[in-house]
Write a protein of this length. Structure first.
Length: 299
């Protein structure tokens, strides 16, 4: 197993420290802020520990405060609903007595019903520019360098875009992006692990369409996830390639909306997601980290 995938699985192995309270390490790398995707994945995993006989079908997260990547996270569970068909849990991520995020997860037992879906549009299979490669180029790093300062050297998720990513440049494109994602190694057979891995990955590139529509780089603004929703429609095998069709219908008021439809390689629509994110231009046109000397000035 690839080391970064092994570390992701380790981070999803929460420890129950008291009734309905679970603890985990937050960071997979040495970055200076806590990645929202890990909170999504761990919040879902913690909530699922308190539910039996039902599977997650949706999560809704609110990011409240910037988390500290060097501290443990406690997930405190509130049992909001237990009915015949559904269960709902609120998982609050806590550090130093402060709520940094809430993840509300809903669970549903398997049922039969009518089915339809939007078809996956024609397009190329997995391939193209990697998300990591785009970020390395934006940072002026050699190809062998690690863009996220990860001790593992590579992200646990492979992300490729046939037409590339413009979010790290000032190039303007239509606010649509097609990408392919999967974990870097095979995952255990537990369906929850695959859903948590997708939840983790869903926060990486959902902002891309918002940046493609404007002559600004993600390196020149302060950006952050504000809230994030993810719906699971069908079983997911996330160690296989999945196509992600992304768009952004609007940016306004310093905020952007990103949407994603997630298809299996065979064309089944397995999940969808929507996020609102902050896009705050900085006065000097530099990413906050660049002022600290952690990133080169954007070109």
């Amino acid at each position: 197993m690839h080391p970064s995938t092994a570390m992701l699985l380790e981070r999803l192995g929460l420890q129950e420290i008291s009734k309905d309270v679970y603890q985990a390490s937050g960071q997979l790398d040495s970055g200076d802020h806590l990645f929202g995707g890990i909170v999504l994945a761990q919040g879902l995993s913690a909530a699922a520990q308190t539910v039996s006989g039902k599977s997650p079908h949706s999560i809704h997260a609110q990011f409240l405060h910037r988390g500290n990547p060097k501290q443990l996270i406690d997930y405190e569970i509130r049992r909001l609903r237990d009915s015949r068909a559904f269960a709902t849990r609120e998982s609050t991520a806590m550090q130093d007595g402060v709520a940094i995020a809430t993840v509300t997860a809903s669970f549903h037992h398997e049922e039969d019903g009518p089915e339809h879906q939007l078809p996956m549009s024609p397009g190329d299979g997995p391939g193209g520019e990697s998300w990591e490669g785009s970020l390395r180029k934006a940072l002026g790093l050699p190809k062998s360098a690690t863009p996220d300062s990860s001790v593992m050297g590579e992200l646990p998720i492979e992300i490729l875009a046939p037409d590339g990513f413009a979010m790290f440049s000032r190039n303007v494109k239509q606010p649509h992006v097609t990408a392919w994602m999967r974990t870097r190694s095979a995952l255990p057979s537990d369906p929850l692990i695959h859903q948590c891995a997708l939840a983790y990955a869903s926060d990486y590139i959902i902002q891309a369409g918002s940046f493609h529509a404007h002559p600004i780089s993600a390196m020149e603004v302060q950006s952050a996830s504000l809230d994030h929703a993810l719906w699971f429609h069908r079983p997911i095998q996330f160690d296989q390639w999945h196509r992600v069709d992304l768009d952004s219908p609007i940016t306004a008021g310093g905020r952007g909306i990103g949407r994603a439809l997630i298809f299996s390689q065979s064309g089944e629509l397995v999940a969808s997601s929507v996020q609102e994110h902050l896009i705050r231009p900085t006065p000097d046109g530099k990413h906050p980290a660049a002022r600290k000397g952690q990133l080169p000035d954007p070109t």
